[in-house]
Design a protein around this ligand. Structure first.
Ligand code: IPM
Ligand code: MG
Length: 359
């Protein structure tokens, strides 16, 4: 198969990890007789430097015309002083909205061989997916910074949800749960927020709307409790569905269960168009350019692209088991390295090469 992939390397460690993922993809293409055609496009800080805006029109155009988008990371201290709409992060939110990527899937899986890198003493089996609504809520609601009538500096953001925005993300979670163990926890703050009360109401309406969902075990959980349960007993979760900001926070929290944020891939999907695949971590400016980054979240994101956008299940599985074998052999980047017999510290390039060699 021939597939067109838009590549946004972005800033910081973005370029380094994308390079490794592309290596792995090319080896996979060669093995399975596919052709992946890459088009590099600008977004984030590099785009600001080169074009003056974080998300050039051209980037949106190329991404829309591609079969999928691979994204490294954007952002860095260099661009932190700019106005809100001129920050690298505005590019990321812009592309999510432009491609209508409302569903963000963040699988959190602890590989057996990394059990000792997990922060929990007895982690047990951790294999859950956070389904995060990605283009609504406080990230996209009305906002303002102003001086109030008494001269105090004030600012607000609005967390707004419409019923159809909740419906479509909940359906994604239900469909996913039916392919897994069928347990869905919907996370909200319905004891305080109106938007959460609507969220909860719509979740149950969707659940009761179809016989298809009867096999699902659905429950609600307040977000503060969910934050606690994730580190207390993560084994209870299968699919977590939640709004944008809660999902952002809970996914960083959940990532440390896998040993490191550097292990967490993600897929952002629309109803029909190109999906975007990116690690959950940021651009890590502190280690950028030093060959220290963990490329595995990026590589696992590429595997998700093969599975979810290209229907290449076997190829995706091949990459995932290659990652597992490399870890089993003891190779570790700094973020997951715990000094003990049998493991060895590796750089970003060496890690990427090792996974590529396992394909
Ligand atoms: C993420 C990131 C982004 C978000 C930032 C970089 C805007 O934290 O993908 O989780 O908050 O969505
Ligand atoms: Mg985040």
């Amino acid at each position: 198969m021939i597939k067109n992939i838009a590549v946004i390397s972005g800033d910081g460690i973005g370029t380094e990890i994308v390079r490794e993922a592309v290596k792995v993809l090319n080896k996979t293409a060669a093995k399975y007789n596919h052709e992946f055609r890459y088009t590099d496009v600008l977004m984030g800080g590099v785009a600001i430097d080169e074009t003056g805006v974080p998300l050039p029109e051209e980037t949106v155009k190329v991404c829309k015309a591609s079969d999928a988008v691979l994204l490294g990371a954007v952002g860095g201290p260099k661009w932190d002083k700019g106005a809100g709409h001129l920050r690298p992060e505005a590019g990321l939110l812009g592309i999510r909205a432009a491609l209508d990527l409302f569903a963000n899937l963040r699988p959190v899986k602890l590989f057996d061989v990394l059990a000792d890198a997990c922060v929990l003493k007895n982690p047990g089996n951790i294999d859950l997916v956070i389904v995060r609504e990605l283009i609504g809520g406080a990230y996209f609601g009305k906002r303002r910074t102003y001086a109030d009538e008494k001269g105090a500096r004030a600012a607000y953001d609005t967390m707004l949800y419409r019923d159809w925005e909740i419906e479509r993300i909940v359906k994604v979670a239900f469909r996913l749960a039916m392919k897994r163990s069928g347990n869905v926890v919907s996370v909200d703050k319905a004891n305080v927020l109106d938007s959460s009360r609507l969220w909860r109401e719509v979740v149950w309406e969707v659940y009761n709307s179809s016989e298809d969902y009867k096999g699902i075990m659905l429950s609600d959980m307040l977000v503060d409790n969910a934050a606690m349960q994730l580190v207390r007993a993560p084994g209870q979760f299968d699919v977590i569905v939640t709004e944008n900001l809660f999902g952002d926070i809970l996914s960083d929290e959940a990532s440390v269960l896998t040993g490191s944020l550097g292990m967490l891939p993600s897929a952002s999907l629309s109803e029909t168009g190109a999906g975007m695949y990116e690690p959950c971590h940021g651009s890590a400016p502190d280690i950028a350019g030093q060959d220290k980054a963990n490329p595995l979240a990026m590589i696992l994101s590429a595997a998700m692209m093969l599975r979810l956008s290209f229907d290449m299940d076997e190829e995706a599985g091949d990459i995932e088991s290659a990652v597992e074998r490399v870890l089993a052999k003891g190779l570790r980047t700094g973020d997951i390295y715990r000094r003990h017999d049998g493991t060895r510290l590796a750089g970003c390039t060496e890690m990427g090469d090792a996974v590529t060699a396992e394909i």
